[in-house]
Unconditional design. Structure first.
Ligand code: UTP
Length: 484
């Protein structure tokens, strides 16, 4: 009997045979040379693998040439609710804000961060959420979100739980980061961490890769894995017990976003939507963001690389604007019952996996570690936005890039720590100018010095104006000023 695995010896044999039958026997190539602990480790990982799923994905995504030119005849740009500054109906926005505010006061909303990614482009040593993002205090991304959630909790006089999805690689370090920082002022029992699923990488022949003799090359199953993980971790049951039916989903890399947005929640409720998304107008035709489209009347996010060039460049004849301009910024509202449906086992609601060709450190048939310089394997990932295709009444709501979108993806250049830091400064400068302060900036709105506004001081322009107006003494804004 193998105690650790709770797997009778017969079963471990059966597992090895199942891999053999599935053409994945190489996983146990070094098995006979391993000591007992190492064998247990490998068997445990192998028992996590759904061989039928891998077999299907290998056939559909690895061994077939899936580069079929899409038929774009029935494609349309997706409609969206325009922001008031772009002609949106101000009354509708006011009504939505009120309705969302009520839902918040009634305790119907939880925040949800997907933080299980590997953050390879940023190359930071640690969970991406612990990356120092703000200009003066170098607050981590997690701290920025924590303070925004705390501010919303105080505003609506309600505890707003925060779900954080991690992965096997960063779970412990993420929990430790919160513990060491006293949960940034939040009640620790209001923050719930859970891990997403993992998928094995395969080579271009579809064979599961080994990272070491007793370990598979496993990686997180994509942000779309969050739906499964919400269900499997018991989080949806807990939300139900607490009367929460709206999940406010956002990524870990964008310090400008509003984790809790009453108007967005209000539109989601008014539209009786099962899943709603925010968009910004694309900065330029080739910006690398997915685009909201209607395909056969169904809302979808099409990845920038999959949108045919003709549509990417197409302009509206009267306004001259890009027709396909609704860029996805990965902020969604997801109804709890819908998350259960899409995160469950019903094949009718199964999120598709996508193929990503990556460099995967793996061992060769002799057990030597190979660090490839070009992609040598395929990872399988699900995307959260694919759930839109299953949602009833999905809606898209516009937000302004300068208010809500400046992700930290790369070490330098576009979407880097520096570009995000500058965007934060520009935002606070706009708030100060709206309050009547005179701040010198360059033509992009960037001031010549660094300062910082804590989300505890103000988390939006509206909140800032209110707070600034009521200050008895207003501080001079200069290098290093920190408003709290
Ligand atoms: P990205 O697609 O930017 O990936 O994730 P990444 O892993 O952070 O970075 P790269 O591509 O390796 O450089 C967008 C969001 O989805 C989360 C990330 O943590 C981030 O918040 N994510 C991504 C997951 O939670 N799990 C995943 O498997 C993938």
């Amino acid at each position: 009997m193998n105690e650790d695995l709770n797997l009778p010896m017969g079963d471990s044999l059966a597992l090895r045979e199942a891999f053999e039958r599935a053409g994945q026997g190489q996983v146990f190539r070094f098995f006979d040379r391993l000591d007992e602990d190492a064998r247990d480790r490998l068997l445990k990982q192998a028992s996590e693998i759904n061989l039928a799923e891998i077999d299907r994905l290998v056939r559909e995504l690895v061994l077939t040439d899936s580069m079929v030119e899409p038929n774009v005849e029935n494609w349309q740009p997706a409609p969206f609710i325009a922001a008031p500054v772009h002609g949106g109906d101000l009354n509708a926005w006011r009504k939505a804000e009120k309705m969302g505010g009520e839902a918040l006061r009634n305790g119907r909303v939880a925040a949800f961060t997907v933080a299980g990614g590997q953050g390879t482009r940023l190359g930071f040593d640690g969970p991406k959420g612990s990356f120092p993002a703000t200009p003066v205090r170098s607050k981590s991304l997690f701290q920025v979100f924590a303070e925004k959630i705390l501010t919303a909790s105080n505003r609506y006089h309600v505890a707003i739980p925060w779900l954080i999805m991690t992965s096997g690689d960063n779970h412990e370090s993420t929990v430790r980061f919160f513990t060491e920082n006293q949960f940034f002022g939040l009640e620790s029992q209001g923050v719930r961490f859970f891990q997403q699923g993992r998928m094995p990488a395969v080579d271009f022949a579809g064979k599961i890769l080994l990272q070491k003799p007793d370990g598979l090359a496993l990686s997180p199953d994509g942000h779309g894995g969050s739906l499964r993980a919400l269900a499997r971790s018991g989080s949806l049951d807990l939300l139900k017990e607490s009367g929460i039916d709206i999940i406010s989903y956002f990524q870990v890399d964008n310090p400008l976003l509003q984790p809790i947005d009453p108007a967005f929640i209000g539109f989601h409720l008014m539209g009786e939507s099962e899943m709603s998304s925010k968009m910004v107008c694309k900065a330029n035709p080739t910006e690398k963001v997915g685009v909201f489209c209607l395909r056969e009347d169904q809302l979808e996010v099409i990845e920038y690389s999959d949108l045919p060039e003709k549509l990417t460049l197409e302009k509206d004849e009267s306004s001259g604007e890009l027709r396909y301009r609704a860029g996805s910024i990965a902020i969604h509202l997801i109804s709890r019952d819908f998350a259960r449906q899409v995160g469950g086992d019903d094949p009718r609601f199964r999120l598709p996996f996508h193929r990503a060709d990556k460099r995967v450190t793996a061992i060769d048939s002799e057990g030597r570690v190979v660090e490839p310089d070009s992609p040598n394997g395929v990872k399988f990932e699900m995307f959260a936005f694919d759930a839109l295709g299953f949602a009833k009444n999905p809606i898209v709501v516009e937000t302004l890039r300068e208010d809500e979108f400046s992700p930290i993806k790369n070490a330098v250049g576009i979407d880097s720590a520096e570009s995000s830091r500058q965007d934060q400064l520009r935002q606070w400068t706009r708030w100060l100018k709206a309050a009547g302060e005179d701040i010198a900036t360059d033509e992009t709105g960037l001031p010549g010095f660094s300062f910082e506004v804590s989300p505890i001081f103000a988390d939006s322009k509206q909140a800032f104006l209110e707070r600034w107006k009521n200050l008895e003494t207003r501080p001079a804004i200069a290098e290093g000023t920190y408003l709290e």
